[in-house]
Design a binder for this molecule. Structure first.
Ligand SMILES: [Mn+2]
Length: 377
């Protein structure tokens, strides 16, 4: 069977207030074309479908239209990520089922028994006369797993338990697949994923995954293979969502049989605008760089000895591909180049607050509250 694995669509997500639904639509069409051209049997969409719990109408329309089209090509499994509202995402699950789509918000997917053989956390189907079992684990936060936190059970242990529960559907003669949305030990960060910052206690080790022919993960935006021997992969996001996401985006196409993975390729996505963080030492150079990067979203850092003239600012602003502009002047440089790691949590917080609120100092109570939370983590 052939699978297509993608994740982190973040439909509706803007880059510095710039709407990207048109770009997202082009990429979704490209993904559907890739599925069709490769005669894919199953699409695995591993969470963060939307960017917010309350997506825009345009983002929802794009999702539903894309899924209906994909469902005409193959069976589609969609799980909720941390950015998705699990209830809202799966609200149309009954209707989706008749379009060959499983919408999995929270763990319980027994509703899909109308079309598939479904158990607690898994579905079974047949593709080209081959048995297939998919262990479905949407973003496993404690509240979404409906866990009562027992003493002395660490978060990775609770997730492991949940992963092994769905694996009860795995059979010796079936192709067995795990799909989830989490941060796995060994994952390399790129972009602005929030939970990664929360520290090691939430990381899931590879031992937590039941042995399977393929494990499809979402959550990290950088495409990467966590374990080749255990077949654990991140597809990465469908386009860059932060200025440090410079790697080529792609979807995974894998040909799997009962013996293992026959063929594995990352099919590049080409319909989005890449990002670039550019540095210039003069206005002339800055204008030249912007001109040369019209096909990219640009964050321009301009280092000058003196402040910028009105006419230069006007020329720079005329480039609509420039989404962010940082002017670095000598007196501010000391602050900017100081390594964050050398600063205390208090310093970092105060600096961040001031940058967000026009230089205003945060109230001491607020700083203390922040430090208390930091200590608890
Ligand atoms: Mn995520």
């Amino acid at each position: 069977m052939k699978i297509l694995h993608t994740a982190d669509l973040h439909l509706g997500k803007k880059l510095f207030n710039t709407d990207r639904v048109d770009e997202q639509e082009a990429v979704m069409l490209e993904i559907i074309d890739i599925a069709r051209a490769n005669k894919v049997d199953m699409a695995l969409i591993a969470g963060d479908i939307f960017d917010t719990a309350l997506p825009s109408a345009a983002a929802e329309t794009l999702f539903f239209e894309s899924m209906v089209n994909l469902g005409q090509i193959c069976t589609v499994i969609v799980i909720a990520g941390n950015h998705d509202d699990p209830v809202r995402l799966a609200a149309a699950k009954e209707m989706a089922l008749s379009c060959n789509i499983v919408l999995a918000g929270e763990s319980d997917i027994t509703y899909s028994a109308r079309k598939f053989e479904a158990g607690k956390g898994y579905i079974k189907t047949r593709i080209n006369d081959q048995k297939v079992c998919v262990n479905i684990v949407p973003y496993p936060s404690d509240s979404r797993m409906g866990e009562v936190i027992k003493e002395n059970t660490a978060y990775p242990e609770r997730v492991k338990r949940r992963l092994f529960e769905g694996a009860k559907g795995f059979e010796k003669d079936s192709i067995n697949i795990n799909i989830s949305h989490l941060f796995c030990v060994g994952g390399v960060k790129e972009g602005d994923e929030r939970e990664i910052e929360l520290g090691g206690a939430r990381l899931i080790p590879t031992e937590a995954f039941p042995e399977a022919h393929y494990t499809a993960l979402g959550h990290i935006h950088k495409p990467q293979t966590i374990s080749k021997t255990k077949n654990i992969h991140y597809s990465g996001s469908i386009m860059p969502y932060a200025f440090d996401e410079t790697s080529q985006k792609s979807v995974i196409i894998a040909d799997i049989n009962a013996q293992g993975i026959n063929d594995f390729v990352r099919a590049p996505l080409t319909k989005y605008k890449p990002v670039a963080k550019l540095q210039a030492g003069s206005v002339m150079q800055a204008l030249d760089l912007l001109e040369k990067n019209l096909d990219k979203w640009v964050w321009l850092e301009l280092k000058l000895d003196d402040s910028i003239t009105d006419s230069a600012a006007k020329s720079l602003k005329s480039f609509s591909n420039m989404l962010r502009f940082s002017l670095i002047l000598p007196e501010r440089e000391k602050v900017i180049i100081k390594d964050k790691r050398l600063k205390s949590d208090r310093e970092i917080f105060v600096e961040f607050y001031k940058s967000q609120y026009g230089g205003k100092e945060p109230k001491p109570e607020l700083v203390n509250m922040f430090l208390e939370i930091m200590n608890e983590l």
